[in-house]
Design a protein around this ligand. Structure first.
Ligand code: BGC
Length: 791
């Protein structure tokens, strides 16, 4: 792979790399996305052409390890990309069976195009050059197009090309899930519509969503139709003479029954494809849409880091674009790029929304709406546990119920194991944090006082109701949970899963309670009445919230914050020994289980857990939060805590490198860059051992953007003031980006040669209060504030 500015290039055909390239060359527009698979290849061990529409799920029951398990998948939709070709009366040409003289793929980020060139050696001599350009339209999110140019060298050639909408797909992109039923599509119908259009419709098996796809093939040769039960097919016989290029364009429309402003998805798709302009025009309007989006988001960072950040931004925007604002969809942990984690939504939005808030706040708001629409489900989940308030699920899909699997496979041991990750109740604090951050970045009080307040109050209530008073400690405790680390899901030898007093959970719960109280105080009286009547808030509840928010227990051992109560008693792992014995110990949990041991016995974490606190809160905020809880958090204790976990974390999640890079950079530590690099290279180099081929890691990608935006600048949007507290990271010492803040568009931040500038464009808005080194100065629209950083 080579990077030149905004293009990513892959040279040569490498079957073993194909899945990774497919994920990284995915094209999407926030409404749907399609993996960068070769159009002539159907799904097999090498290729996996997946197409996914945001928020489209289906639930099936399978028999696994003798148990019936339900799983909800983001549905792999009919493959619109399919386009194969063969010499008249010959075999279909595919890189796995036909000699390939050259193969080149280029992802053009700026205009959002995927280009490929392949030279196929023809049986009987001569070469067929195949050049393709593909787009998933950013202005009209229901359209996609594929241009194919065929050129023959050394002979004349009769070539048959066949384009299809292929419904014979399943969800089978992740080997670990192969025992789960992945046949989500049913009730296929295919047909022909004038002029020159074929269509395919189908339903999901249990969620009963309907999909309509239509395609139109254009070429300078007659096109024929040959529909089959699961495939809408068009064929064209081309006559190729040496050196003369023949072009075949495939234009596709996709609608789902969830779309607004349509009658039915099939008619909508047929009409849309018939009305669609030709490829050149589509390409031009697509490029314009990208240009506009880049202008709102562009992150200028020189060098290789800058290229990677741009790729990350591209994939974030392809998953969550302005079109997402119209959808009922959450943040899928692996983008719309593959089937890992079945397209589910986790806490990863914690790493995504803070970035989006400052560029596309309407998208953040829509993503929070996704959570709000599922507030009743979260309240139901809390009630089922005998608690008040709202318990958001660890994994969320269509209707907001808990989607976490009950069993997961350890591919190392081949054993199916109980999955307790749904005890990660801290996901609710992530939702609350995002509500608050969104408000701070936008000043959107309508949202905060409306849906935001409903979520925040219910989440706070859940925490207050989850906390039990321990007279021996004189503190409140939250017991039986799992923290972000995930490796530890219970005490060694215990019969029931869960841990007590996960520090991250308790401290963030205290923060949520404190914000809920702030909000209650700040609400306009009529709205406060509405809300408190609506949720039946009892008179003594705010006092209890206050009490719990000041008395939650934070365990310590050896002068550092303990990940959970009793962590200090766990055994030390022989890290060096494991590193010697295994090439890669990121998934230490699987290694230990396969050895008949359990990671629960050791001081060994998958990813940042306690240290997440330093990611979410600035040093001063964290100190204040601990102070409120009656603990004195000094710099020495925090530094010792950072070191403790740094040496006991295997980084089995891409989020880990990001968080460690962030907090080490904030602590001005020389080892920060190694972690930042790990976060930057996570997907492009597939550092988590082959998982990128199953979908990108959206949280880590967005997190690296936010690392520059908020991590390095120290940008905080607290209390209506924009605070900046930059820290140096020599390898990333110059950057610039625009933000949208409290109605100001295009506020530009730039760091260069030790000078930080913040330019507020001319407008009729009020000045922005900017805090630099304890001093708040108003920056009037049309002016620029400058801060010289210390050497
Ligand atoms: C991480 C979680 C994350 C999930 C989805 C897991 O490997 O441990 O923190 O939410 O992946 O990205």
């Amino acid at each position: 792979m080579t990077v030149t500015g905004p293009t990513w290039e892959y040279d040569g055909y490498r079957p073993e790399e194909e899945r990774l390239r497919e994920s990284l060359c995915t094209l999407g527009n926030g409404y749907f996305a399609t993996r960068g698979a070769l159009p002539e290849c159907a799904a097999d061990d090498v290729h996996y052409p997946g197409t996914y529409a945001a928020g489209c799920y289906d639930r099936l029951t399978s028999e696994v390890a003798g148990r019936r398990v339900e799983n909800e998948d983001m549905v792999n939709l009919p493959n619109w990309l399919a386009l194969r070709f063969r010499p008249a009366e010959g075999d279909w040409l595919r890189p796995d069976t036909t000699p390939v003289a050259g193969h080149h793929q280029i992802l053009h980020l700026d205009p959002g195009l995927l280009e490929r060139r392949t030279d196929y050696g023809l049986p009987g001599g001569g070469t067929l050059q195949v050049h393709q350009l593909r787009l998933v339209h950013l202005a009209d999110p229901h359209l996609a197009a594929l241009r194919t140019e065929f050129t023959v060298e050394g002979r004349t050639l009769g070539l048959e090309a066949e384009a299809a909408l292929d419904g014979s797909v399943t969800n089978s992109g992740v080997a670990r899930y192969q025992e789960l039923d992945g046949r989500h599509l049913t009730r296929f119908d295919t047909g022909t519509a004038a002029p020159g259009t074929v269509w395919l419709s189908c339903h999901t098996r249990t969620s009963d969503m309907r999909f309509g796809l239509a395609h139109r093939l254009t070429a300078n040769f007659p096109v024929t139709h040959a529909n089959e039960a699961h495939r809408a097919v068009q064929r064209v016989s081309l006559h190729l003479t040496p050196g003369r290029t023949v072009t075949v364009d495939k234009t596709v429309a996709l609608h789902t029954s969830r779309d607004p402003a349509i009658g039915d998805p099939l008619h909508a798709a047929v009409e849309r494809v018939e009305a669609a302009p030709g490829f050149d025009e589509l390409r031009a309007s697509h490029a314009t849409a990208w240009e506009q989006l880049w202008r709102r988001t562009a992150l200028e960072v020189p060098g290789e880091a800058g290229s990677i950040l741009r790729l990350h931004l591209f994939h974030v925007l392809q998953t969550l674009s302005p079109h997402t604002a119209d959808l009922d969809a959450g943040v899928p942990a692996r983008g719309l790029h593959g089937e890992a984690y079945r397209g589910h939504v986790f806490w990863d939005e914690l790493f995504v929304l803070p970035y989006l808030n400052l560029h596309l706040p309407e998208v953040s708001r829509a993503l929070l709406h996704y959570r709000h629409r599922r507030l009743d489900a979260a309240r139901h989940a809390a009630r089922e546990r005998g608690r008040r308030g709202a318990l958001y699920p660890w994994q969320s899909g269509s209707d907001g119920r808990e989607e976490t699997q009950q069993l997961h496979l350890n591919p190392r041991s081949g054993r199916w194991l109980p999955d307790h990750s749904q005890l990660q109740h801290h996901v609710g604090s992530a939702v609350a944090y995002n509500v608050w951050q969104y408000y701070e970045a936008t000043g959107d009080t309508d949202f905060l006082h409306g849906e935001g307040a409903e979520m925040l109050l219910h989440i706070a209530r859940f925490w207050a109701d989850s906390a039990t008073y321990d007279p021996a400690l004189g503190r409140h405790r939250i017991r039986g949970v799992v923290g972000p680390d995930e490796y530890h899901d219970g005490y060694p030898g215990a019969d029931t899963p869960g841990l007590d007093d996960n520090a991250y959970t308790n401290v963030t719960a205290a923060w949520v309670l404190a914000r809920a109280l702030d909000l209650l105080n700040a609400l306009p009286e009529p709205r406060r009445r509405e809300l408190t009547d609506g949720i039946g808030l009892e008179e003594d509840e705010p006092d209890r919230w206050e009490d719990v928010s000041r008395s939650l227990y934070v365990p310590y051992h050896d002068g550092v914050i303990s990940q959970f109560d009793g962590y200090g008693d766990l055994a030390e792992l022989d890290w060096d020994g494991y590193r010697r014995r295994y090439d890669d110990i990121r998934r230490l949990d699987r290694i230990l289980e396969a050895e008949g041991d359990t990671v629960n016995r050791y001081k060994a974490s998958k990813q940042a857990d306690v240290l997440m606190l330093g990611y979410l809160f600035s040093a001063s905020e964290l100190r204040a939060l601990f102070g409120r809880l009656g603990y004195h958090l000094d710099d020495r204790t925090w530094a010792a805590t950072v070191d403790h976990y740094l040496h006991r974390t295997s980084h089995g999640s891409t989020l880990s490198g990001l968080v460690h890079g962030w907090i080490l950079a904030r602590a001005r530590r020389a080892d920060a860059w190694a972690f930042v690099q790990e976060a930057l290279r996570g997907d492009i180099a597939d550092l988590q051992g082959g998982t990128t081929g199953e979908g990108i890691h959206l949280g880590a990608m967005a997190g690296t953007l936010d690392l520059v935006q908020r991590g390095l600048t120290g940008l905080e949007t607290r209390g209506g003031v924009l605070s900046l507290d930059p820290v140096p990271l020599p390898e990333l010492s110059s950057y610039g980006f625009p933000i949208r803040y409290h109605g100001h568009w295009g506020v530009h931040l730039r760091l260069r040669s030790g000078l930080l500038e913040i330019a507020v464009p001319a407008s009729h808005h009020s000045p922005i209060g900017v805090r630099l080194r304890e001093q708040v100065i108003p920056v009037v629209p049309g002016e620029t504030a400058r801060l010289v950083l210390p050497e």
